[in-house]
Design a protein around this ligand. Structure first.
Ligand SMILES: Nc1nc2c(ncn2[C@@H]2O[C@H](COP(=O)(O)OP(=O)(O)OP(=O)(O)O)[C@@H](O)[C@H]2O)c(=O)[nH]1
Ligand SMILES: [Mg+2]
Length: 192
């Protein structure tokens, strides 16, 4: 969270986390595409020297105001592949909310579980206590596990969750609303 007094803006960072190919970038592209051009910044993709396939997407969206500050959301994705742990930790720094994007396909169950474990470790290491919601993506795939099974494996605590078919946009804005609601609630507690 960052208060910009010059612009009277409250900046919140939301990170889309999850296993490789789970659909994180697809979520952000969809959200960006749905925003009015005058309300969004450019979507930026970064490829570093060593990690050419890496993207991170950055996108502020305006959202009402708290204590006189207009809320601006900054959405980021992490690279999901297992060997980009250092990039993931860097991007997670300063997060105000996290969406764990889960690939519903049974073949990806282990990768999802590893990603959840990595997230848990990263949160402990950063001493981060921020709202976390789950998105069960790729509900359209033929070998999608049922939601109850996914919950049991990746979300046994029963945190807020949402199903999605991100490449069609189904459930994407609902997921954003879900995490935004929890993030804004935290911000209100801190500011008001
Ligand atoms: N069938 C199906 N495919 C999807 C869905 N969402 C995303 N995809 C596809 O899954 C592939 C990976 O999506 P990305 O959004 O690039 O995944 P990512 O999580 O950003 O992957 P990394 O950046 O490698 O961690 C793409 O081919 C998407 O079109 C979905 O709901 N259903
Ligand atoms: Mg991606």
């Amino acid at each position: 969270m960052f208060l910009n007094y010059a612009t009277q803006e409250l900046n919140c960072k939301i990170v889309f986390y999850g296993a490789g190919l789970a659909g994180k970038t697809t979520n952000l592209r969809y959200i960006h595409g749905r925003l009015r051009p005058d309300r969004r910044a450019q979507l930026i993709e970064l490829a570093t020297e060593q990690e050419r396939t890496i993207f991170f997407d950055f996108m502020p969206v305006s959202l009402g105001s708290i204590a006189g500050f207009r809320v601006r959301l900054h959405l980021y994705t992490v690279p999901g592949q297992i060997h980009y742990g250092a990039s993931r930790r860097l991007i997670l720094r300063g997060a105000d909310g996290i969406v764990q994007v889960v690939d519903s396909q049974s073949s990806r169950l282990e990768a999802n579980c590893e990603s959840c474990e990595a997230l848990y470790q990263d949160l402990v290491n950063h001493a981060l206590q921020v709202p976390l919601v789950f998105q069960y993506n790729k509900r359209d795939t033929p070998n999608a596990l049922d939601v109850a099974t996914l919950r049991r494996y990746v979300n046994p605590e029963g945190l807020p969750d949402q199903t999605a078919v991100a490449h069609r946009g189904d459930g994407v804005l609902d997921t954003l609303r879900l995490i935004s609601r929890f993030v804004l609630r935290e911000m209100r507690h801190k500011l008001v």
